[in-house]
Write a protein that binds this ligand. Structure first.
Ligand code: PHE
Length: 453
Protein backbone atom coordinates (compact mmCIF):
# COMPACT_ATOMS: atom_id res chain seq x y z
CA UNK A 1 0.00 0.00 0.00
CA UNK A 2 2.89 2.33 0.74
CA UNK A 3 3.85 4.53 -2.12
CA UNK A 4 7.12 5.30 -0.44
CA UNK A 5 6.94 8.89 -1.51
CA UNK A 6 6.34 12.00 0.50
CA UNK A 7 3.34 14.01 -0.40
CA UNK A 8 1.40 17.00 0.86
CA UNK A 9 3.01 19.87 2.62
CA UNK A 10 3.61 19.31 6.28
CA UNK A 11 1.30 21.02 8.76
CA UNK A 12 2.57 23.32 11.49
CA UNK A 13 1.36 24.54 14.86
CA UNK A 14 -0.09 28.00 14.51
CA UNK A 15 1.73 29.42 17.53
CA UNK A 16 4.20 28.56 20.25
CA UNK A 17 1.37 28.76 22.75
CA UNK A 18 -0.72 26.28 20.77
CA UNK A 19 2.18 23.87 20.56
CA UNK A 20 2.92 24.21 24.25
CA UNK A 21 -0.66 23.53 25.23
CA UNK A 22 -0.82 20.51 22.93
CA UNK A 23 2.41 19.11 24.36
CA UNK A 24 1.26 19.82 27.90
CA UNK A 25 -2.08 18.23 26.99
CA UNK A 26 -0.28 15.09 25.96
CA UNK A 27 1.79 15.05 29.11
CA UNK A 28 -1.01 15.82 31.52
CA UNK A 29 -3.28 12.81 31.65
CA UNK A 30 -4.33 9.76 33.58
CA UNK A 31 -0.69 9.51 34.62
CA UNK A 32 -0.97 12.70 36.68
CA UNK A 33 -4.42 12.29 38.13
CA UNK A 34 -4.91 8.57 38.38
CA UNK A 35 -1.44 7.02 38.56
CA UNK A 36 0.66 9.61 40.35
CA UNK A 37 -1.50 9.98 43.47
CA UNK A 38 -1.87 6.26 43.97
CA UNK A 39 1.82 5.63 43.40
CA UNK A 40 2.65 8.34 45.92
CA UNK A 41 0.13 6.79 48.28
CA UNK A 42 1.62 3.34 47.92
CA UNK A 43 5.23 4.41 48.07
CA UNK A 44 5.22 6.52 51.15
CA UNK A 45 4.41 9.98 49.83
CA UNK A 46 7.02 12.69 49.95
CA UNK A 47 10.19 10.70 49.33
CA UNK A 48 8.64 9.34 46.15
CA UNK A 49 7.30 12.75 45.13
CA UNK A 50 10.62 14.53 45.55
CA UNK A 51 12.51 11.83 43.65
CA UNK A 52 9.97 12.05 40.87
CA UNK A 53 10.38 15.84 40.70
CA UNK A 54 14.15 15.46 40.45
CA UNK A 55 13.87 12.92 37.63
CA UNK A 56 11.37 15.04 35.75
CA UNK A 57 13.87 17.88 35.46
CA UNK A 58 17.13 15.97 35.25
CA UNK A 59 16.06 13.15 32.97
CA UNK A 60 12.65 13.87 31.51
CA UNK A 61 13.39 17.41 30.38
CA UNK A 62 16.52 16.64 28.30
CA UNK A 63 14.83 13.71 26.55
CA UNK A 64 11.78 15.85 25.83
CA UNK A 65 14.04 18.49 24.27
CA UNK A 66 15.85 15.87 22.18
CA UNK A 67 12.62 14.32 20.91
CA UNK A 68 11.38 17.71 19.76
CA UNK A 69 14.75 18.61 18.29
CA UNK A 70 14.95 15.40 16.26
CA UNK A 71 11.30 15.70 15.19
CA UNK A 72 11.81 19.28 14.04
CA UNK A 73 14.88 18.27 12.01
CA UNK A 74 13.03 15.43 10.32
CA UNK A 75 9.65 17.12 9.75
CA UNK A 76 8.04 13.72 9.18
CA UNK A 77 6.47 10.86 11.10
CA UNK A 78 8.78 9.39 13.79
CA UNK A 79 9.97 6.46 11.66
CA UNK A 80 11.04 8.46 8.64
CA UNK A 81 12.26 11.30 10.80
CA UNK A 82 14.66 8.93 12.53
CA UNK A 83 15.74 7.49 9.21
CA UNK A 84 16.37 10.86 7.56
CA UNK A 85 18.09 12.47 10.50
CA UNK A 86 20.31 9.39 10.92
CA UNK A 87 21.32 9.48 7.27
CA UNK A 88 22.02 13.21 7.38
CA UNK A 89 24.27 12.63 10.40
CA UNK A 90 26.09 9.89 8.45
CA UNK A 91 24.58 7.06 10.50
CA UNK A 92 22.78 3.85 9.64
CA UNK A 93 19.18 3.87 8.44
CA UNK A 94 18.47 1.23 11.06
CA UNK A 95 17.92 4.02 13.58
CA UNK A 96 14.42 4.08 12.14
CA UNK A 97 13.71 1.21 14.53
CA UNK A 98 13.55 3.76 17.32
CA UNK A 99 10.66 5.31 15.43
CA UNK A 100 9.05 1.98 14.60
CA UNK A 101 8.95 0.79 18.21
CA UNK A 102 7.75 4.23 19.28
CA UNK A 103 4.83 4.35 16.85
CA UNK A 104 3.90 0.78 17.69
CA UNK A 105 4.05 1.63 21.39
CA UNK A 106 1.72 4.61 21.09
CA UNK A 107 -0.68 2.52 19.05
CA UNK A 108 -0.78 -0.25 21.66
CA UNK A 109 -1.02 2.12 24.62
CA UNK A 110 -4.01 3.86 23.10
CA UNK A 111 -5.91 0.58 22.95
CA UNK A 112 -6.00 0.34 26.74
CA UNK A 113 -5.76 4.06 27.50
CA UNK A 114 -9.04 4.50 25.69
CA UNK A 115 -10.65 1.83 27.85
CA UNK A 116 -9.66 3.70 31.02
CA UNK A 117 -10.67 7.00 29.42
CA UNK A 118 -14.04 5.29 28.96
CA UNK A 119 -14.19 4.52 32.69
CA UNK A 120 -13.61 8.18 33.47
CA UNK A 121 -16.39 9.18 31.08
CA UNK A 122 -18.81 6.68 32.54
CA UNK A 123 -18.00 7.87 36.04
CA UNK A 124 -19.23 11.35 35.06
CA UNK A 125 -22.60 9.74 34.37
CA UNK A 126 -22.49 7.69 37.57
CA UNK A 127 -21.64 10.74 39.63
CA UNK A 128 -24.42 12.73 37.97
CA UNK A 129 -26.98 10.02 38.65
CA UNK A 130 -26.13 10.30 42.33
CA UNK A 131 -24.85 6.72 42.47
CA UNK A 132 -22.34 7.66 45.14
CA UNK A 133 -24.75 9.29 47.55
CA UNK A 134 -24.10 8.05 51.06
CA UNK A 135 -21.98 5.14 49.83
CA UNK A 136 -19.68 3.04 51.95
CA UNK A 137 -16.39 1.52 50.86
CA UNK A 138 -18.05 -1.81 50.19
CA UNK A 139 -20.63 -0.18 47.99
CA UNK A 140 -18.13 1.74 45.81
CA UNK A 141 -16.08 -1.41 45.52
CA UNK A 142 -19.21 -3.20 44.37
CA UNK A 143 -20.01 -0.45 41.87
CA UNK A 144 -16.52 -0.75 40.42
CA UNK A 145 -16.57 -4.55 40.28
CA UNK A 146 -19.99 -4.57 38.63
CA UNK A 147 -18.76 -1.93 36.26
CA UNK A 148 -15.77 -4.04 35.20
CA UNK A 149 -17.91 -7.09 34.62
CA UNK A 150 -20.42 -5.25 32.45
CA UNK A 151 -19.04 -5.73 28.95
CA UNK A 152 -21.73 -3.68 27.26
CA UNK A 153 -21.20 -0.55 29.23
CA UNK A 154 -17.38 -0.83 29.07
CA UNK A 155 -17.66 -1.24 25.34
CA UNK A 156 -20.04 1.67 24.95
CA UNK A 157 -17.82 4.07 26.85
CA UNK A 158 -14.64 2.85 25.20
CA UNK A 159 -16.35 3.48 21.86
CA UNK A 160 -17.50 6.95 22.89
CA UNK A 161 -14.03 7.85 24.09
CA UNK A 162 -12.31 6.47 20.98
CA UNK A 163 -14.79 8.28 18.78
CA UNK A 164 -14.09 11.59 20.51
CA UNK A 165 -10.35 11.00 20.12
CA UNK A 166 -10.66 10.17 16.42
CA UNK A 167 -12.95 13.12 15.82
CA UNK A 168 -10.43 15.63 17.16
CA UNK A 169 -7.48 14.01 15.39
CA UNK A 170 -9.31 13.87 12.06
CA UNK A 171 -9.74 17.65 12.16
CA UNK A 172 -5.98 18.03 11.81
CA UNK A 173 -3.06 19.51 13.70
CA UNK A 174 -4.26 23.10 13.97
CA UNK A 175 -8.04 22.75 13.97
CA UNK A 176 -8.08 19.49 15.94
CA UNK A 177 -5.15 18.89 18.28
CA UNK A 178 -4.26 22.50 18.89
CA UNK A 179 -7.76 23.90 19.17
CA UNK A 180 -8.91 20.95 21.31
CA UNK A 181 -6.12 21.56 23.80
CA UNK A 182 -6.60 25.32 23.74
CA UNK A 183 -10.15 24.73 24.92
CA UNK A 184 -9.60 21.80 27.25
CA UNK A 185 -6.38 22.79 28.99
CA UNK A 186 -7.59 26.06 30.53
CA UNK A 187 -10.81 24.27 31.50
CA UNK A 188 -8.72 21.64 33.18
CA UNK A 189 -6.72 24.26 35.06
CA UNK A 190 -9.88 25.91 36.38
CA UNK A 191 -11.48 22.61 37.40
CA UNK A 192 -8.31 21.60 39.21
CA UNK A 193 -8.14 24.84 41.17
CA UNK A 194 -11.79 24.49 42.14
CA UNK A 195 -11.15 20.94 43.30
CA UNK A 196 -8.08 21.85 45.36
CA UNK A 197 -9.90 24.86 46.81
CA UNK A 198 -12.80 22.69 47.82
CA UNK A 199 -10.57 20.00 49.28
CA UNK A 200 -8.79 22.65 51.36
CA UNK A 201 -12.06 24.15 52.52
CA UNK A 202 -13.94 20.91 53.20
CA UNK A 203 -11.21 18.95 54.88
CA UNK A 204 -9.88 21.68 57.20
CA UNK A 205 -6.77 20.53 59.05
CA UNK A 206 -6.49 17.44 56.86
CA UNK A 207 -5.26 19.66 54.06
CA UNK A 208 -2.03 20.12 56.00
CA UNK A 209 -1.84 16.42 56.70
CA UNK A 210 -1.98 15.90 52.95
CA UNK A 211 0.70 18.56 52.34
CA UNK A 212 2.96 16.88 54.84
CA UNK A 213 2.29 13.50 53.31
CA UNK A 214 3.22 14.78 49.87
CA UNK A 215 6.11 17.06 50.69
CA UNK A 216 7.86 16.58 54.01
CA UNK A 217 10.72 14.30 53.11
CA UNK A 218 10.83 10.90 54.69
CA UNK A 219 13.88 9.43 53.07
CA UNK A 220 13.58 6.21 55.02
CA UNK A 221 10.56 5.30 52.92
CA UNK A 222 12.62 5.49 49.77
CA UNK A 223 13.63 2.08 48.48
CA UNK A 224 14.80 0.92 45.09
CA UNK A 225 11.28 0.06 43.99
CA UNK A 226 10.13 3.60 44.65
CA UNK A 227 13.13 5.13 42.88
CA UNK A 228 12.61 3.03 39.78
CA UNK A 229 8.89 3.63 39.80
CA UNK A 230 9.55 7.38 39.98
CA UNK A 231 11.92 7.13 37.04
CA UNK A 232 9.52 5.10 34.92
CA UNK A 233 6.73 7.45 35.79
CA UNK A 234 8.74 10.51 34.76
CA UNK A 235 8.89 8.95 31.27
CA UNK A 236 5.26 7.97 31.13
CA UNK A 237 4.10 11.27 32.51
CA UNK A 238 5.94 13.31 29.87
CA UNK A 239 4.77 10.97 27.07
CA UNK A 240 8.39 10.16 26.22
CA UNK A 241 9.71 7.18 24.29
CA UNK A 242 6.55 6.81 22.25
CA UNK A 243 7.27 8.82 19.12
CA UNK A 244 4.69 11.32 20.32
CA UNK A 245 6.88 14.25 21.18
CA UNK A 246 8.88 13.52 18.02
CA UNK A 247 5.69 13.72 15.98
CA UNK A 248 4.72 16.96 17.76
CA UNK A 249 8.22 18.32 17.08
CA UNK A 250 7.77 17.61 13.38
CA UNK A 251 5.05 20.26 13.22
CA UNK A 252 7.30 22.82 14.88
CA UNK A 253 8.84 25.92 13.31
CA UNK A 254 12.48 26.95 13.80
CA UNK A 255 11.57 29.97 15.90
CA UNK A 256 10.42 28.05 18.96
CA UNK A 257 12.90 27.87 21.82
CA UNK A 258 12.95 24.21 22.77
CA UNK A 259 14.51 24.51 26.20
CA UNK A 260 12.23 27.16 27.59
CA UNK A 261 9.14 25.48 26.12
CA UNK A 262 10.18 22.14 27.60
CA UNK A 263 10.71 23.79 30.97
CA UNK A 264 7.20 25.18 30.89
CA UNK A 265 5.70 21.83 29.87
CA UNK A 266 7.56 19.95 32.62
CA UNK A 267 6.50 22.53 35.20
CA UNK A 268 2.85 22.33 34.09
CA UNK A 269 2.94 18.56 34.19
CA UNK A 270 4.43 18.50 37.67
CA UNK A 271 2.06 21.16 38.96
CA UNK A 272 -0.97 19.21 37.75
CA UNK A 273 0.29 16.00 39.35
CA UNK A 274 0.98 17.69 42.67
CA UNK A 275 -2.30 19.63 42.65
CA UNK A 276 -4.16 16.42 41.85
CA UNK A 277 -2.55 14.95 44.94
CA UNK A 278 -3.70 18.02 46.90
CA UNK A 279 -7.24 17.63 45.56
CA UNK A 280 -7.40 13.95 46.45
CA UNK A 281 -5.44 13.25 49.65
CA UNK A 282 -7.13 15.80 51.94
CA UNK A 283 -10.46 14.09 51.15
CA UNK A 284 -8.89 10.67 51.61
CA UNK A 285 -7.47 11.59 55.03
CA UNK A 286 -10.50 13.58 56.19
CA UNK A 287 -12.70 10.58 55.51
CA UNK A 288 -10.36 8.13 57.17
CA UNK A 289 -9.69 6.33 53.87
CA UNK A 290 -6.58 4.48 52.79
CA UNK A 291 -3.90 6.54 51.01
CA UNK A 292 -2.30 3.39 49.66
CA UNK A 293 -5.44 2.06 48.00
CA UNK A 294 -3.64 1.50 44.68
CA UNK A 295 -5.21 1.83 41.25
CA UNK A 296 -8.69 1.92 42.81
CA UNK A 297 -7.88 5.20 44.60
CA UNK A 298 -9.91 7.45 42.34
CA UNK A 299 -12.56 4.99 41.20
CA UNK A 300 -13.26 3.27 44.51
CA UNK A 301 -11.89 5.43 47.31
CA UNK A 302 -12.63 8.93 46.13
CA UNK A 303 -16.35 8.32 45.38
CA UNK A 304 -16.80 7.50 49.07
CA UNK A 305 -15.63 11.00 49.88
CA UNK A 306 -17.84 12.52 47.15
CA UNK A 307 -20.83 10.54 48.39
CA UNK A 308 -20.53 11.71 51.96
CA UNK A 309 -19.75 15.39 51.83
CA UNK A 310 -21.71 18.56 51.15
CA UNK A 311 -21.39 19.57 47.55
CA UNK A 312 -19.98 16.14 46.81
CA UNK A 313 -22.36 15.53 43.93
CA UNK A 314 -21.15 18.53 41.95
CA UNK A 315 -17.57 17.97 42.99
CA UNK A 316 -17.72 14.35 41.85
CA UNK A 317 -19.08 15.34 38.47
CA UNK A 318 -16.40 18.03 38.10
CA UNK A 319 -13.68 15.60 39.09
CA UNK A 320 -14.58 13.01 36.49
CA UNK A 321 -15.04 15.65 33.78
CA UNK A 322 -11.55 16.82 34.66
CA UNK A 323 -10.23 13.27 34.39
CA UNK A 324 -11.92 12.73 31.03
CA UNK A 325 -10.53 15.97 29.58
CA UNK A 326 -7.06 15.15 30.73
CA UNK A 327 -7.29 11.66 29.24
CA UNK A 328 -8.62 13.03 25.97
CA UNK A 329 -5.80 15.53 25.42
CA UNK A 330 -3.40 12.60 25.89
CA UNK A 331 -5.27 10.09 23.77
CA UNK A 332 -5.26 12.42 20.77
CA UNK A 333 -1.49 12.57 21.06
CA UNK A 334 -1.33 8.77 21.18
CA UNK A 335 -3.21 8.54 17.90
CA UNK A 336 -1.17 11.21 16.12
CA UNK A 337 2.06 9.26 15.30
CA UNK A 338 0.14 6.46 13.57
CA UNK A 339 -2.07 8.87 11.66
CA UNK A 340 0.92 10.97 10.63
CA UNK A 341 2.64 7.83 9.34
CA UNK A 342 -0.34 6.62 7.33
CA UNK A 343 -1.07 10.06 6.00
CA UNK A 344 2.46 10.52 4.74
CA UNK A 345 3.25 7.08 3.44
CA UNK A 346 -0.01 5.78 2.01
CA UNK A 347 -2.49 7.30 -0.41
CA UNK A 348 -4.89 7.81 2.52
CA UNK A 349 -5.89 11.32 3.48
CA UNK A 350 -5.91 12.40 7.10
CA UNK A 351 -9.54 11.48 7.71
CA UNK A 352 -9.27 8.00 6.25
CA UNK A 353 -5.99 7.43 8.06
CA UNK A 354 -7.67 8.41 11.33
CA UNK A 355 -10.67 6.18 10.76
CA UNK A 356 -8.58 3.15 9.77
CA UNK A 357 -6.16 3.38 12.68
CA UNK A 358 -8.93 4.14 15.17
CA UNK A 359 -10.92 1.10 14.16
CA UNK A 360 -7.94 -1.22 14.63
CA UNK A 361 -7.08 0.34 18.00
CA UNK A 362 -10.72 0.22 19.06
CA UNK A 363 -10.86 -3.50 18.21
CA UNK A 364 -7.73 -4.15 20.22
CA UNK A 365 -9.36 -2.26 23.07
CA UNK A 366 -12.19 -4.80 23.05
CA UNK A 367 -9.67 -7.50 23.89
CA UNK A 368 -8.60 -5.37 26.87
CA UNK A 369 -12.19 -4.99 27.98
CA UNK A 370 -12.80 -8.70 27.82
CA UNK A 371 -9.66 -9.30 29.86
CA UNK A 372 -11.50 -7.76 32.83
CA UNK A 373 -14.31 -10.29 32.64
CA UNK A 374 -14.96 -13.04 30.11
CA UNK A 375 -11.33 -13.48 29.12
CA UNK A 376 -9.92 -12.93 32.60
CA UNK A 377 -8.34 -16.35 32.37
CA UNK A 378 -6.75 -15.87 28.99
CA UNK A 379 -3.16 -15.40 30.04
CA UNK A 380 0.20 -15.13 28.41
CA UNK A 381 3.29 -15.09 30.64
CA UNK A 382 0.89 -15.13 33.54
CA UNK A 383 -0.69 -11.81 32.56
CA UNK A 384 -4.08 -11.02 31.12
CA UNK A 385 -4.28 -8.98 27.93
CA UNK A 386 -4.61 -5.62 29.68
CA UNK A 387 -1.66 -6.25 31.99
CA UNK A 388 0.37 -7.68 29.15
CA UNK A 389 -0.12 -4.59 26.99
CA UNK A 390 0.70 -2.30 29.90
CA UNK A 391 3.81 -4.31 30.73
CA UNK A 392 5.02 -4.60 27.16
CA UNK A 393 4.60 -0.90 26.44
CA UNK A 394 5.59 0.88 29.62
CA UNK A 395 8.21 -1.53 30.90
CA UNK A 396 9.84 -2.57 27.63
CA UNK A 397 8.98 -0.55 24.53
CA UNK A 398 9.01 2.84 26.20
CA UNK A 399 12.45 2.53 27.80
CA UNK A 400 13.90 0.90 24.66
CA UNK A 401 12.75 3.81 22.50
CA UNK A 402 13.83 6.28 25.17
CA UNK A 403 17.28 4.71 25.26
CA UNK A 404 17.51 4.73 21.46
CA UNK A 405 16.56 8.41 21.36
CA UNK A 406 19.03 9.47 24.00
CA UNK A 407 21.94 7.46 22.55
CA UNK A 408 21.17 8.80 19.13
CA UNK A 409 20.87 12.39 20.34
CA UNK A 410 23.90 12.35 22.61
CA UNK A 411 26.33 10.10 20.73
CA UNK A 412 25.28 9.98 17.08
CA UNK A 413 24.33 13.58 16.33
CA UNK A 414 26.68 16.50 15.83
CA UNK A 415 26.88 18.02 19.31
CA UNK A 416 28.01 21.44 18.11
CA UNK A 417 24.82 21.84 16.14
CA UNK A 418 22.75 20.80 19.13
CA UNK A 419 24.55 23.30 21.30
CA UNK A 420 23.86 26.07 18.80
CA UNK A 421 20.24 25.06 18.38
CA UNK A 422 19.69 25.08 22.14
CA UNK A 423 21.70 28.23 22.57
CA UNK A 424 23.58 26.91 25.60
CA UNK A 425 26.60 28.51 27.27
CA UNK A 426 29.61 26.24 27.56
CA UNK A 427 29.03 25.45 31.23
CA UNK A 428 25.37 24.62 30.67
CA UNK A 429 26.34 22.55 27.69
CA UNK A 430 28.82 20.68 29.92
CA UNK A 431 25.98 19.78 32.26
CA UNK A 432 23.76 18.86 29.32
CA UNK A 433 26.47 16.54 27.94
CA UNK A 434 27.06 14.76 31.23
CA UNK A 435 23.33 14.23 31.66
CA UNK A 436 22.56 13.09 28.14
CA UNK A 437 25.69 11.02 27.53
CA UNK A 438 26.05 9.27 30.87
CA UNK A 439 23.47 9.88 33.57
CA UNK A 440 20.34 9.37 31.48
CA UNK A 441 21.46 6.28 29.53
CA UNK A 442 22.50 4.57 32.77
CA UNK A 443 19.18 5.49 34.36
CA UNK A 444 17.21 4.20 31.38
CA UNK A 445 19.14 0.93 31.20
CA UNK A 446 18.35 0.47 34.87
CA UNK A 447 14.61 0.90 34.30
CA UNK A 448 14.86 -1.55 31.44
CA UNK A 449 16.64 -4.23 33.44
CA UNK A 450 14.27 -3.66 36.30
CA UNK A 451 11.36 -4.08 33.90
CA UNK A 452 12.51 -7.56 33.05
CA UNK A 453 12.86 -8.66 36.67
N1 PHE B 1 1.55 11.37 29.62
C1 PHE B 1 0.26 10.80 29.72
C2 PHE B 1 -0.21 10.77 31.15
O1 PHE B 1 0.44 11.25 32.02
C3 PHE B 1 0.21 9.39 29.27
C4 PHE B 1 0.77 9.16 27.99
C5 PHE B 1 1.79 8.30 27.88
C6 PHE B 1 0.28 9.83 26.92
C7 PHE B 1 2.36 8.10 26.71
C8 PHE B 1 0.83 9.64 25.75
C9 PHE B 1 1.89 8.77 25.63
O2 PHE B 1 -1.25 10.25 31.39
Amino acid sequence: MSTGTMKKSHSQWSSRMGFMLAAAGSAVGLGNIWKFPYMAGEMGGSAFVLTYLLFMFMIGLPILVLEWLIGRRGQKNPIHTMEDVAVSEGRSKSWRWVGIIGVLGSFLILSFYSVIGGWATDYIALAAKGSFEGVTGEKTDQIFTDFLSNVNSLLTWHTVFMFATAFIVALGVGAGLERGCKIMMPGLGILLLVLVGYAAYASGPYFWVACKFLFSPNWLALNSTAILAALGHAFFSLSLGMGIMMAYGSYLGQDVNLLSTARTVVILDVVVAVLSGLAIFPLVFANGLQAGAGPGLIFVTLPIAFGNMTGGLVLGILFFIFLTFAALTSSISLLEPTVELLEERTPMGRKTATVVSSIIIWALGIACILSFNQWADVKLFDKNIFDLLDYLTSKIMLPVTGLGTIIFGAWMMNQKHIRNELNLSSSWFGIWSILTRFVIPVAVVTILIYGFL
